[in-house]
Design a protein around this ligand. Structure first.
Ligand SMILES: C[S@@+](CC[C@H](N)C(=O)[O-])C[C@H]1O[C@@H](n2cnc3c(N)ncnc32)[C@H](O)[C@@H]1O
Length: 488
């Protein structure tokens, strides 16, 4: 994707689609030349250029201008799609495209309010944490004639994001056929996000499930691949909490996993422990000191707590007194300045807080919104730390040296001694590794992210498995890693 016009931009969610993909989606969605087609976010016009009876909407004028050149037969409206959709009386046979993937942090203000309000009138209830592409699909569908089709490039988040559920709920409630196609090899090599395809037909009807197809790579076809699996609405909602991603696993592994989940000996991590995020200091450089610095400033040890700043700081799966001694010897920045709210401050601490740097740091958002600004909240000394962004696997680190950790790690506080033992023994089992892959989600670049809520659902069991069963579970974990591009 080579941009010569400056019309590609992450902020606007502008990643333009390869022509073969656009042709495939249009060929199926609007098979007759007379079918009226809309692309709600047409960008430079790759979809509308390959169909003679098209309408494109694009908010960004330079892109709309390129679209007009590329698709001279099409009508291109330069507008915000949601405002346009709410006003227009036009109806279409097909909607296609690659809607902008703008995360909720940037998809905000009046634009988001309008989009979500419009979706609500159509029966799709999205939360404020929704990325822009999902409301685009709902709003574009609402402009279809009865029986109409849609075909969209969608982010692979459709397989796991919480807001994918209201979208899929809307789709099965408004189309007679809903098909999601996962594609392992990247459609957009420059984008860290994987993209999948979505095909729906029969607007105005309802569907009893979702067809799910797994492809290694995209290949042009004028109809969607017919192989795949039919997932009933019940299975989709119950088996994995309304997420499609776990269906990337084959039936045997999925079935085995579900049986283990239902077993009496299996528990969720949340039954054994409280999982939370580490503290947010407000300024890591200011609040984390090297031993030499602490000495020079004269800051007393009662104000300092050893902290595990990341997984790399630890070897062998546990933090011990020896690890801390090593950090001390290497003069690492491992001492958190922890001042309890009601603590009386020593002269040396006051001097550090009143330093030039201290005056800058207290203006930062986190510091100025807490009282007192220098007291870092939620400093916990947990039983374990858990990596929440992981490569090969989510690491569990035993805390044998009364350390704390910032929010680069999760903190895991076992409910009692027995629970701590169960966590320690169970964590490395193939079941738990697979469970991390199923409950977590890919972050791009091969990484696995495990949010607190996801970590809480990770399974542990005291059950002993045969070698063959262990292999099956390990195979499942490997397969999920392949889908997140960690293993090949
Ligand atoms: C991912 S690009 C896709 C463009 C084109 N459909 C393609 O696949 O090549 C998304 C486009 O949506 C446009 N866009 C973002 N928000 C919009 C809005 N509210 N209304 C209309 N277009 C919008 C962006 O400017 C960008 O050109």
């Amino acid at each position: 994707m080579h941009d010569t016009s400056g019309i590609l931009s992450k902020k606007r969610g502008a990643y333009y689609t390869p022509e073969a993909v656009a042709r495939a989606l249009v060929a199926w969605a609007a098979p007759s030349q007379s079918d009226r087609l809309i692309d709600p976010a047409c960008g430079d016009g790759v979809f509308i250029a390959v169909h003679p009876n098209s309408v494109g909407v694009e908010r960004f004028s330079p892109a709309a201008a390129v679209a007009r050149q590329k698709a001279p037969g099409a009508i291109v409206h330069e507008a915000d799609f949601f405002s346009w959709a709410a006003e227009t009386h036009e109806r279409f046979d097909a909607a296609v495209g690659n809607p902008p993937f703008i995360r909720y942090q940037l998809f905000s203000g009046e634009q988001r309010r309008k989009a979500l309000a419009w979706c609500k009138t159509q029966g799709a209830n999205f939360s404020g944490l929704t990325s822009s592409w999902a409301p685009f699909i709902v709003a574009a569908s609402a402009l279809l004639h009865r029986g109409g089709r849609i075909a969209f490039v969608v982010p692979a988040e459709i397989g796991h994001a919480p807001y994918a559920r209201p979208l899929l709920d809307y789709l099965v409630g408004h189309f007679t056929w809903v098909q999601v196609i996962s594609i392992r090899e990247k459609l957009f090599p420059d984008l860290s996000e994987d993209c999948w395809l979505l095909y729906c037909e029969g607007f105005g009807g309802i569907s009893r499930g979702i067809a799910f197809t797994k492809l290694q790579q995209f290949e042009f076809t004028s109809i969607p691949p017919t192989d795949g699996e039919w997932i009933s609405i019940r299975d989709w909602k119950l088996a994995f909490g309304g997420r499609l991603r776990p269906f990337l696993l084959n039936r045997t592994i999925r079935g085995f996993y579900s049986d283990i989940a239902a077993d009496r000996k299996t528990v969720l991590l949340s039954q054994l422990a409280k999982v939370g995020i580490g503290y947010v200091s407000g300024d890591n450089d200011f609040f984390h000191l090297r031993p030499s610095q602490a000495l020079e400033l004269g800051i007393q040890r009662q104000f300092l707590v050893p902290t595990v700043r990341n997984v790399k700081a630890v070897t062998g799966g546990e933090v011990t007194k020896k690890s801390v001694q090593l950090w001390e010897k290497e003069d690492q920045q491992y001492l958190l300045l922890r001042i309890r709210k009601d603590a009386s401050l020593s002269h040396e601490v006051k001097r550090y807080l009143e330093s030039e740097k201290g005056h800058v740091v207290r203006q930062g958002y986190k510091c100025r919104t807490r009282e007192p600004w220098y007291s870092v909240p939620d400093v916990q000394i947990p039983d374990f730390f858990l990596s929440y962004m992981s490569g090969d696997r989510a690491s569990l680190i035993r805390n044998n040296a009364a350390c704390t950790a910032p929010n680069t790690l999760h903190v895991v506080q076992a409910k009692n001694k027995q629970s701590a033992v169960a966590i320690r023994h169970g964590w490395h089992a193939p079941l738990t590794q697979l469970s991390c892959e199923i409950e977590g989600h890919p972050l791009g670049g091969g990484m696995l992210k495990l949010e607190v809520k996801e970590a809480e659902r990770v399974l542990l069991t005291g059950r002993v498995f045969s070698k063959a069963d262990e292999r099956l579970l390990a195979e499942g974990a490997f397969e999920m890693k392949r889908w997140r591009h960690y293993a090949s």
